[in-house]
Design a protein around this ligand. Structure first.
Ligand code: HEM
Length: 498
């Protein structure tokens, strides 16, 4: 009776949407083509489930738990599943990016290669820029990386014997290197010793906001209406956020594109400008503007995160640390390492750093976002379930890295030798398939050479020059998984080794 007396109080405009949402939730749970895919009840009925996971800032741990509970294919949203089965990774890497990624566009036209969702169109633009990122080019700017490393080591030397937060220093170094490698206009965060103009913080804030709206592609489509988007899009005159970054990068594009600039630059922007594709076409100025900031947006937080992971795992693992020190000291005694060491010297004389980096990438997630792709028209059969065309399929790097079916029972152990030891061909193949941490296929990370060069060099010089004590190895830092991993309060103490 009480309920009946309340109903008239609820006006129709409220009752109708509530009934709609309820019926839609029931449809999604019991009639939707994905209804048989196991997963939490809420996940199948609403995208708010994923939003709640995102907001808690521990998404990779939660996705890992989800796989433990529901298996290698679990339902993550009404139209979204998450996959952790290496048998289907090659399908996944061949699909278009899902509409989730539209939210990350700073402009609606002249998209850079990373923003193009369609895998065929993506490949066309990527072919034109890829040469700019070749190791033979990247190595030409090694001198720039060296000067940033020298600056970083000087800052560390000045802090020896004190306890300080290592997290921002890795961040600042990664941003300085990325901006210098990208368009030769670094801000000098390491030299300043702080986040100049709050640029990095403002980028992170925007990233968190974008991570939220990306979960609602229809809302993004509305926001990106041609009449609305210019009002909210970043501008190169902005003092903070991506707009400020655009300002720094686009001034370089303008100078070089119009050939006002006689200076010979060694950076990704220049190599892309000079590169002609097979048809002899060059990229338009608009595309170049977007391409110019891509290495900074995609290559700074990522590199900083893997660097921190290497520092943590090596510094707290005496066996690995001793082995790395032995290689470095042997090469040093023979006078084979410059200061900072050259990439080629490390490759030849400190080969242990390569599996250390791979293992750190496996153990600690660099990309927290579940990287959604879209099942093509016609659908796909995955793990005995039929996923209709348009289904969003994600993968979680952390869950894959810790998957014992791929990496063995000791998947939770930091053991770089897993990448180099003799194993039977099937095990080797499985581990290589599971090595998704730079992604795979056409959309694989464009900047992996840059990342490898800078991370090998910084890590080798750091462990060569300093003994590193992690103040709290049990809870080494505070972290928030916000598409990229945000880390702070990574307290360490350094002492000079040599
Ligand atoms: C250890 C550090 C890094 C890791 C783990 C990493 C990982 C990744 C991953 C997983 C993707 C997504 C590919 C996909 O959508 O499937 C990606 C894309 C990309 N990364 Fe990296 N990345 C790193 C550093 C860098 C650096 C230093 C740069 C540039 C200098 C860079 C530039 C890019 C670009 C441009 C893309 C878009 C690729 C495409 O869509 O074709 N990344 N990266």
């Amino acid at each position: 009776m009480a309920i009946l007396s309340i109903i008239p109080l609820i006006s129709y405009w409220l009752l109708l949407p509530i009934s709609f949402l309820l019926l839609r939730a029931l449809y999604r749970k019991y009639l939707h083509p994905l209804r048989k895919v196991p997963g939490p009840f809420l996940a199948s009925t609403t995208n708010l489930y994923r939003l709640a996971i995102f907001l808690r800032g521990r998404q990779h741990y939660e996705y890992h738990e989800l796989h433990k509970k529901y298996g290698p294919l679990a339902r993550l949203g009404p139209n979204t599943v998450i996959l952790n089965d290496p048998a289907h990774f090659s399908d996944y890497f061949g699909w278009d990016k899902s509409p989730f990624w539209r939210a990350f566009r700073g402009r609606l036209t002249d998209l850079d290669h990373g923003q193009i969702a369609n895998i065929k169109e993506h490949a066309v633009v990527k072919r034109r820029v890829m040469g700019g990122y070749s190791m033979s080019n990247i190595i030409k700017s090694e001198g720039k990386v060296d000067s940033h490393i020298t600056e970083l080591m000087q800052q560390f030397s000045a802090r020896c014997g004190t306890v300080f937060d290592m997290a921002p220093w890795t961040q600042w170094a990664a941003f300085d290197i990325a901006m210098d490698m990208a368009f030769s206009n670094p801000i000098g965060f390491v030299k300043a010793g702080h986040d100049v103009n709050g640029l990095i913080d403002s980028l992170h804030e925007l990233l968190t906001g974008t991570g939220i709206i990306a979960l609602f592609p229809k809302f993004v489509t509305f926001m990106q209406q041609p009449w609305l988007f210019p009002l909210i899009a970043p501008r190169p005159t902005d003092k903070k956020g991506p707009g400020a970054l655009y300002g720094l990068a686009w001034s370089q594009v303008n100078k070089r594109f119009d050939a006002q600039d006689e200076e010979k630059h060694e950076d990704i922007l220049q190599w892309i400008i000079e590169r002609e594709d097979r048809e002899g076409q060059r990229l338009s100025k608009g595309v170049l503007e977007n391409e110019s900031v891509a290495p900074v947006l995609a290559g700074s937080d990522t590199s900083a995160t893997v660097l921190r992971a290497i520092i943590l795992y090596v510094a707290t693992n005496p066996r690995v640390l001793n082995k790395l020190h032995e290689e470095i000291d042997r090469a040093d005694a023979a006078g084979l390492l410059s200061t900072p060491p050259k990439y080629e010297e490390i490759r030849q004389h400190v080969p242990y750093i390569a599996p250390i980096m791979r293992e750190a990438l496996r153990m600690y997630t660099v990309v927290g976002s579940p990287m959604p792709r879209e099942v093509p028209k016609g659908g796909a059969s995955i793990n005995g379930y039929f996923l209709p065309g348009g289904t969003e399929v994600s993968i979680c790097h952390y869950a894959i890295g810790r998957n014992t079916a791929i990496f063995g029972e000791d998947a939770d152990r930091f053991r770089p030798e897993r990448w180099t030891e003799e194993v039977d061909p099937a095990t080797r193949r499985l581990r290589e398939t599971g090595d998704v941490f730079f992604s795979n296929g056409t959309m694989m990370c464009t900047g992996r050479n840059v990342a490898t060069l800078e991370i090998w060099k910084i890590a080798t010089q750091l462990f060569r020059q300093f003994d590193i004590e992690v103040v709290d190895p049990v809870k080494p830092w505070q972290e928030k998984d916000s598409l990229v991993m945000l880390v702070w309060d990574f307290r360490v103490s350094l002492n000079v080794r040599r």
